[in-house]
Design a protein around this ligand. Sequence first.
Ligand SMILES: Nc1ncnc2c1ncn2[C@@H]1O[C@H](COP(=O)(O)OP(=O)(O)O)[C@@H](O)[C@H]1O
Ligand code: SF4
Ligand SMILES: [Mg+2]
Length: 335
Amino acid sequence: MNDQTLLQIRDLVLYFKTSRGDVQAVDHVNLQLHKNKAVVILGESGCGKSSMAKAILRLLPRNVSQYHGQVLIDDLDVMTLSDEDFRRQVRWVKMSMVPQAAMNALNPVLRAGDQVAEPAMIHLGLSKDEAFDLAREMFQNVGVPVDFLTRYPFELSGGMRQRVAIAMALITHPQLIILDEPTSALDLLTQANIMNVLKKIKWETGTSYILITHDIATSSELADEVAVMYAGQIVEVNDAKSFFAQPLHPYSQKLMASVPRLYGDEEPDFIPGRPPSLLHPPTGCRFADRCHLRFDKCDQEPPTFWVDGHPVKCWLYEKDHQAASYTSSEAGDAS
Ligand SMILES: Nc1ncnc2c1ncn2[C@@H]1O[C@H](COP(=O)(O)OP(=O)(O)O)[C@@H](O)[C@H]1O
Ligand code: SF4
Ligand SMILES: [Mg+2]
């Protein structure tokens, strides 16, 4: 880890036990994030994005069958901490999360201000008055009128509830916030407003983000890096500029081609088929049955190759590129 590295994920595995076998939701994932940077995680539904977020924050369901690897934040290996130490030293303090559908998960019987103030009382040890003052500041930061502090969630619009959920994740000043599809189910204008709030906070506080989304267009302004997840694995990590100009992995190329264009006559190109079941994923390349560039070798699982410093898990890059061993500290660099 160098000075600028905030988070390093090495060989992270999270499988779930079901009556039909193990669901391999997060399968040997490597990723690195630098301070004050945003990495956007792209991928269709069911590719393991939310599971990866939960694995990082140790928000695990009961039916976990395998959970291992390393998650280092500021050199602290969070996987080795006891639950108590993790709660005291990491969750909310170093990293917090806006879970998927957060705006519908607010407690309906608590006023918005009480919900936002609570983490500050518990994790920063503030008095109720101090925490409320901070909650007021957070409401202003995320663009919620301060008189909404006394409102109940049902009295707020979806966009306002989502901002309240973001204010809650912000109030303890964590270095990293994981946002799981924070703008899905919101109208386009509200999506853009929330992205602007996130950009402003990043600029003002130096916070880093892991932003999970399948909304490529809205997230592109915030992204410093893009990581693409397919069938439980990261298939490409690239700096945002290069990614949006020329994605490297065939799946990334298909994802980009599926974004509707504002200008020009080109129709969006939908990806045929669906991601494979993670109960028994294919033994070769997991994208093979949907890949327009598939060839013989793709029956074997590709390693991850370094392509101009960017990890790409595809056989097309075998020639002239080195395979990543992931023992190096640069693994999955999302700087
Ligand atoms: N607790 C669980 N038990 C069994 N399977 C699960 C559990 N949670 C998620 N899954 C499965 O893991 C896979 C990845 O899910 P998820 O992480 O939610 O993907 P994404 O966020 O990319 O849509 C899916 O097949 C999903 O059904
Ligand atoms: S390894 Fe083969 S099938 Fe997989 S993405 Fe690359 S070209 Fe396509
Ligand atoms: Mg999800």
